[in-house]
Design a binder for this molecule. Structure first.
Ligand code: HXC
Length: 261
């Protein structure tokens, strides 16, 4: 169908803009169907490839970031159809391929696939109304887009087990204490704060931003020695960029840096 499930816009005053992606199936609390995930994946890859974009923000509505995979669709599947169609998860790898920072701005429900989508973002800002959970167990299934893997890495085994086994929700305060979100902001300031963070990132040197993200992500995919070596290589490599000269010249001259696009 040609239905649109997301809205996109560019924000900011600088050379590089923050791309805002708003999940937009409000009546279904942004339940994630294939159409929405296809459009989200396409938008992410397009913005990642666009030199005029420095950072991406994903948000939902006031009531829901996303209430999970579309249960109406899930209910129609059996094992063979789920397995052979790579149900729901087939287009979820796109977000992992994005090299620019992705900020998740979460208000209301982030449940099931919605919580998993939030965890795929590099930074999660939570409105005080945010509620996170992996309620799949209550439907007779388990998380299918990384919930059982990213949650323990983010908040530890004890709390991850608590959430995944019970299906209960946790509020913004608990999520911040546990380390799932970087900070809590008032709901009516959520988008402003996310776009302000985006603008800060957009003003930085693109190569150093991409290197920073790459290195932090390596921490989850490698031994400490390998991760430290990746960091050291990229640290040295950045001394070959004009941004390193500009950043340090500007500091020493007590002026603002003007990083190249
Ligand atoms: C389809 C959904 C939905 C979902 C909500 N809706 N969540 N439709 N899939 N995941 C629909 C409702 O059916 C309802 O439609 C409308 O959105 C509003 O929801 P209500 O339930 O009336 O709102 P409320 O009483 O405020 O309760 C909110 C809620 C509840 C607590 C978030 O909707 C809920 O429990 N939703 C399901 C959450 C869930 O189990 N998510 C995990 C899904 S499995 P109508 O037409 O009645 O107005 C999953 C697997 C991921 O995510 C696998 C890999 C991606």
């Amino acid at each position: 169908s040609d239905e649109t499930f997301i809205l996109t816009a560019l924000h900011g005053d600088g050379d590089r803009k923050t791309a805002l992606i708003t999940l937009n199936r409000p009546k279904q609390l942004n339940a994630l169907n294939d159409g929405l995930m296809d459009q989200l994946g396409e938008a992410l890859l397009r913005f990642d490839a666009d030199p005029a974009v420095g950072c991406i923000v994903i948000t939902g509505s006031e009531k829901a970031f996303a209430a999970g995979a579309d249960i109406g669709v899930l209910a129609q599947h059996d094992f063979i159809s789920a397995y052979t169609s790579d149900l729901i998860t087939r287009n979820w790898e796109h977000i992992r391929r994005v090299r620019k920072p992705v900020i998740g701005a979460v208000a209301g429900f982030a449940l099931g696939g919605g919580c998993e989508l939030a965890m795929m973002c590099d930074v999660v800002l939570a409105a005080d109304t945010a509620k996170f959970g992996q309620p799949e167990i209550k439907l007779g299934i388990i998380p299918g887009a990384g919930g059982t893997q990213r949650l323990p890495r983010a908040i530890g085994k004890a709390k991850a087990m608590d959430l995944v086994l019970s299906g209960r929700m946790m509020g913004a305060e608990e999520a911040e204490r546990a380390g799932l979100v970087s900070r809590i902001v008032p709901a009516d300031k959520l988008l402003d704060e996310a776009l302000a963070l985006g603008e800060l990132v957009c003003a930085l040197g693109n190569a150093s931003v991409i290197a920073a993200k790459e290195c932090v992500n390596r921490a989850y995919e490698s031994t400490l020695s390998e991760g430290l070596m990746t960091e050291r290589r990229l640290f040295h490599a950045l001394f070959g960029t004009p941004d390193q000269k500009e950043g340090m010249d500007a500091f020493l001259a007590k002026r603002k840096p003007n990083f190249a696009r």
